[in-house]
Design a protein around this ligand. Structure first.
Ligand code: PAF
Length: 282
């Protein structure tokens, strides 16, 4: 496995891969690998002839006061996991390589970037779209792999790929969960055992709403009320949002008959956690 630290090294490594094999899969990450990341790598391996993973804690997607400084950085352990999964190239630049002095261009996916997490974290999706666009330009993958857990990120990036005519396919892989239902996240590392127990309420609220939908309730309002009531069982969990939205536009829907995304975000101790459930069209 080759580790590229500079854009020039990454481009050279990818050019070599492309000359040998035709299809490149990209798995962008911020490191602190867990089984969710590894599922993306496995999907990339299954779809593509070569896999490039990136490890970059992107300062542009963190607001002042968020967890950029303490975001877990365990580069050697991450590389060992990626190598064991058969990744061909890891691109792990320093911030100055991605954002040298004088860089002023950003990618703003207007409208959708202000919904869900974008509403609570202004500028977050500008940072995500900008770095992902840069990674797409550097690696020029045929397919890029993202997790369904970050459903709002997926919607923003889909729109960006359409609007900017990136010549690649976004592949969205299912959320990976602990046996008790907690969605895997690098931020779960911040949780104490007690907070980890409390965090299960996010998944519990989603499951209760899914059960109601399966039982025939389609109106968003009572479904949201139910989700909020379940979340209220854990007073130490500070709700950010519990919404039922169109998965492509992230706008609220009044019923789930055409398919919907039930999405939740909450702060549990030091961690802001997100989770969601995809409701297929009836
Ligand atoms: O999902 C993430 O880990 C990040 O938002 C991403 C896509 C790697 C961009 O920094």
């Amino acid at each position: 496995m080759l580790i590229a630290k500079t854009i020039a090294e990454a481009r050279a490594a990818v050019a070599k891969l492309r000359a040998e094999r035709h299809c490149i899969g990209l798995v962008p990450t911020m490191g602190a690998m867990h089984a969710g990341h590894l599922s993306l790598v496995r999907a990339a391996r299954a779809h593509c002839d070569a896999v490039v993973a990136t490890i970059f804690v992107n300062p542009a997607q963190f607001a002042p006061g968020e967890d950029f400084a303490k975001y877990p950085r365990i580069f050697e352990a991450d590389c060992a996991l990626l190598e064991a999964e058969g990744v061909d190239v890891v691109f792990a630049p320093e911030p100055a390589e991605m954002y040298p002095a004088g860089v002023t261009t950003v990618v703003e996916v207007a409208g959708i970037s202000d919904r869900l997490d974008g509403a609570s974290r202004p500028g977050h999706f500008r940072g995500v779209a900008t770095v992902v666009a840069k990674l797409f330009n550097i690696v020029q993958p045929n397919h890029a792999f993202f997790g369904q857990k970050d459903a709002a990120q997926v919607a923003v990036l889909r729109q960006m790929v359409r609007d900017l005519n990136f010549n690649l396919e976004l592949v969205v892989c299912p959320t990976v969960r602990e046996p008790d239902g907690l969605a895997l996240s690098s931020r779960n590392r911040y949780l104490s055992p007690e907070q980890r127990q409390q965090a299960l309420v996010l998944n519990r609220a989603l499951r209760r709403v899914e059960e109601k939908i399966a039982a025939g309730v389609i109106d968003a309002e009572p479904l949201i009320d139910l989700g909020l009531a379940v979340l209220a069982d854990e007073p130490d969990v500070r709700l950010d949002y519990f919404r039922i939205v169109d998965p492509d536009t992230l706008e609220d829907v009044s019923d789930v008959s055409a398919g919907a995304l039930v999405a939740v975000a909450a702060v549990v101790g030091p961690a802001r956690l997100i989770d969601n459930a995809v409701i297929p069209p009836r």
